[in-house]
Design a protein around this ligand. Structure first.
Ligand code: DP6
Length: 405
């Protein structure tokens, strides 16, 4: 069969100064934020990535979308954001014949969808990157345009196209043409920066970021004060700190901004609670460990999962402290001892963890489902044809390899 295809991979990113709030005075579809934000792009080699294969064929009757092996209802047309991204990418494509073809989007996350681990960021960044491949839109020369399309899929996705430390400038134009991401520092700049992600709860979140931030903009005075008076200064300070590898300042700002974001959630009416008791216990632990000097900093997105940034020299110590308190429960170990409890740069099964710890009993045992050990990484990219043979998601007919049609 005559098909054209391209596979891309994209990393997740974690915001240190958060994007929270959309500009409701402009066209909704543009997805423009009320404040700029910065994030660290995570290393896609550590089991936290999205892979997307796009297939074009004149034999396809309609556009179809397959997420994690399951087809979305009604092709892509139920999903407004996917539709917008497709339209925008077709506008950027110069080849009239290519853009007329229907396509299959086949996408898989290596981590739980909508668990507050920025899956939409990796997802839309990956879709845009793979689409740039099939539509012959040069990725590096069009990064600004592609970043603006990714933004319309999901705000945070605009930052996942780039690696290292990334800023999404909110822009001032009502048409959104100055609202895109730029790289502040490459991933090589501060390779010692690592992240430990504690998956507290991998169920879908109750209030999506999109709905949560709309409620916050409409009801929280604190959010609007923050956007107007606090964020710009913090952004300048944290970008300087990152460039100077000043962990102390970086960490302080990251923790304060996470706390302020969750304060705006509480200031929203009715209030939104993303943190739970386990999240709060992690915050307390980090402050206890930072007693003398700041070695660790936490940040939480729209969910209870914690992300802790630290420098490589301190990661092992942090993991030891965390495992003492949040080790897997005895019954979980009995049920599935070989379950990968720590993933990424450190790999430990439940059994490994319990064996290291002897007999322990803490109230938070079993409260962390699993842990990722990762660090700063590169932005999204198109796979080579060789890589695609192994990692591509489509079979020879352009359907998901893992799908029974
Ligand atoms: C708390 O990018 O998921 O993670 O633009 O509506 O798709 P939409 O929202 P999304 O929101 C992310 C919010 C955050 C902070 C951040 O990543 O900056």
């Amino acid at each position: 069969m005559d098909i054209i295809q391209c596979t891309a991979i994209a990393p997740s990113n974690l915001a240190c100064i958060k994007y929270w709030g959309k500009n409701l005075k402009v066209k909704k579809e543009l997805n423009l934020p009320i404040n700029s934000s910065v994030s660290i792009t995570l290393d896609y080699n550590d089991e936290l990535k999205t892979t997307t294969t796009i297939v074009l064929s004149k034999n396809f009757k309609k556009d179809r979308l397959f997420l994690n092996g399951i087809e979305e209802d009604d092709g892509c047309y139920n999903n407004k954001r996917v539709k917008i991204v497709l339209n925008e990418m077709r506008k950027l494509c110069k080849d009239e014949n290519l853009k007329k073809l229907n396509l299959h989007i086949i996408s898989e996350n290596s981590f739980p969808t909508a668990a507050g681990l920025a899956s939409s960021a990796a997802g839309y960044a990956c879709m845009v990157t793979a689409l740039s491949g099939v539509y012959n839109i040069d990725f590096n020369n069009n990064i600004k345009e592609l970043s603006m399309v990714a933004r319309q899929g999901s705000g945070s996705a605009t930052r996942s196209l780039l690696g290292g430390f990334v800023k999404w400038n909110k822009g001032i134009k009502d048409d959104g043409t100055d609202s895109y991401a730029i790289q502040i520092a490459k991933y090589e700049h501060w390779k010692e920066m690592e992240a430990i992600i504690l998956v507290v709860n991998e169920h879908k979140k109750e209030i999506s970021s999109t709905n949560g931030m709309t409620d916050s903009v409409n009801t929280s005075l604190l959010l609007n004060y923050r956007a107007e008076n606090i964020v710009e200064k913090r952004l300048n300070e944290i970008c300087e700190a990152y460039k100077n590898k000043d962990f102390n300042t970086f960490a302080l700002l990251t923790m304060k901004d996470s706390n302020q974001f969750h304060a705006t959630c509480l200031d929203t009416y009715p209030p939104i609670f993303y943190l739970n008791d386990v999240s709060k216990s992690i915050i307390q632990l980090i402050h206890k460990l930072n007693n003398k000097n700041i070695k660790y900093c936490y940040t939480f997105d729209a969910g209870p999962n914690a992300v802790i940034f630290t420098l490589k020299e301190n990661t092992q110590n942090l993991l030891n402290e965390l495992l003492k308190i949040y080790c897997p429960s005895l019954s979980d170990c009995r049920d599935n001892p070989k379950f990968n409890y720590v993933r990424g740069r450190t790999k430990l099964t439940r059994d490994d963890v319990r064996n290291q710890l002897n007999s322990l009993s803490t109230p938070y045992q079993g409260k962390i489902s699993y842990i990722y050990h990762t660090g700063v990484g590169k932005g999204s990219r198109i796979l080579s044809k060789e890589e695609e043979k192994i990692e591509g998601l489509a079979d020879k007919n352009g359907y998901p390899k893992k799908y029974n049609n």
